[in-house]
Design a protein around this ligand. Structure first.
Ligand code: PMP
Length: 369
């Protein structure tokens, strides 16, 4: 018997606003083809694995000491990478990292949200944004996207002017729908925003468009660009997210971060992984082409595919949407293919896998049509 099972969640003196809520949870199932959490399907190259092992071995010799609280070497390496990737000259002081971009976003809400404050996002979007708002007791206002899931910039400006959120979330490419927003539209929305504008660019490497980092020179007093090594960098298990912003934003996050939040092992491993950025990112192109191949395949079968600039696709069943998306999700799973029911009626989301995994997904899609 497990100690303590007589007590249930309802018996605990839990915060009232957390009662009845569900934790974030994509099912973690052992299946032949897992295409459900937008990971990179390609394991890290052997040279990267070796380098991470060597670097963490060296770091292990100093584990009796706390790590660099401000992770300066890592921020410097991230600034160099981001400067190279975007052409925007970013300094160490512009960068900040944490355990996944989820923690970066949580720190932003801790610093700029909180009781009596409002965060706004355009749904459907990343489901963690409202969950992180709830955890920090920030009010959450969902604003709509168009019926085709694209973002209507004029409508966005209107709702932002009217509701004046302390934090505005714009996810581009958007998860789970895949579309990106143009930088000039983003700038217009940011101009209307009275508070902090968080641009969540978790998937930006898979799009051919520019990064919102380009707006930092003009909008750095309010704009924050959040990024992650979980997707394009094939480093989801390493837990490393980061942001680019004005140095003052970094000063704000230092007020809420836990001391030594990034372990010495994480910092060493992430630095090693960054040294192999060119090799890892070389596969992004393959994945983008695979995405387009899956989209064309689904389209030719009569599925309705939402155009995507990310490493996943949202699509509806034959002829336009699934009558019962959850039943369709289960039918894929019965064939050993795990995709995602993101709760959008009539639609499912599939992550781009290896070419073999994608072939299998398309095969099952053809059979289920
Ligand atoms: N933002 C978006 C839009 C995401 O889809 C995800 C991962 N699903 C994240 C942030 C967080 O990823 P991580 O914490 O691994 O960086």
């Amino acid at each position: 018997d497990i100690i303590g099972t007589a007590v249930s969640l309802d018996d605990l003196p839990l915060r009232e606003d957390l009662r009845g809520r569900s934790p974030y949870g994509a099912p973690q199932l052992q299946v032949p083809v897992a295409l459900n959490t937008n990971e990179n399907p390609f394991p890290p190259p052997a040279a990267l694995v070796d380098d991470v092992a060597t670097a963490t071995r060296e770091a292990a010799a100093s584990l009796h000491r706390y790590p660099d609280r401000d992770h300066v070497a890592l921020r410097t390496a991230l600034a160099e990478y981001l400067t190279r990737a975007t052409g925007v000259p970013l300094a160490t002081e512009n960068l900040w990292a944490a355990n996944g971009s989820n923690e970066v976003l949580q720190q932003l809400l801790q610093a700029f949200g909180g009781p009596g404050r409002l965060a706004l996002g355009f749904e459907p979007s990343y489901s963690m944004h409202p969950i992180l708002a709830a955890g920090t007791r920030t009010d959450w206002l969902p604003a709509p996207r168009r019926d085709d899931f694209s973002l209507d910039a004029a409508a966005a400006v209107d709702v932002v002017r009217e509701r004046r959120p302390d934090l505005l979330f714009v996810t581009t490419p958007n998860n789970p729908t895949g579309q990106s927003i143009d930088l000039d539209e983003l700038a217009t929305i940011a101009d209307a925003a009275p508070g902090i504008v968080v641009v969540d660019e978790a998937y930006v490497e898979f799009s051919s468009g520019p990064s919102a980092c380009e707006l930092l020179e003009t909008h750095g007093h309010k704009l924050v660009v959040s990024r992650t090594m979980s997707k394009a960098f094939a480093f989801a298990g390493g837990r490393l997210g980061y942001l680019a912003a004005a140095p003052a934003v970094v000063d704000a996050l230092m007020l809420v971060r836990l001391p030594y939040h990034l372990s010495a092992l994480t910092q060493a491993a992430a630095l090693a992984a960054l040294r192999h950025a060119d090799e890892t990112l070389a596969l992004v192109d393959t994945l983008s082409k695979e995405r387009d191949r899956i989209a064309a395949g689904l389209d030719s079968m009569g599925y309705r595919v939402v155009p995507s600039t990310a490493n996943f696709l949202l699509y509806g069943g034959f002829p336009r949407r699934f009558a019962d998306a959850h039943a369709a999700w289960q039918a894929y799973l019965d064939e050993g293919v795990l995709i995602r029911d993101v709760g959008i009626p009539g639609h499912l989301r599939v992550t781009v896998g290896t070419p073999e995994e994608n072939d299998r997904f398309l095969e099952v899609s053809a059979a289920l049509r």
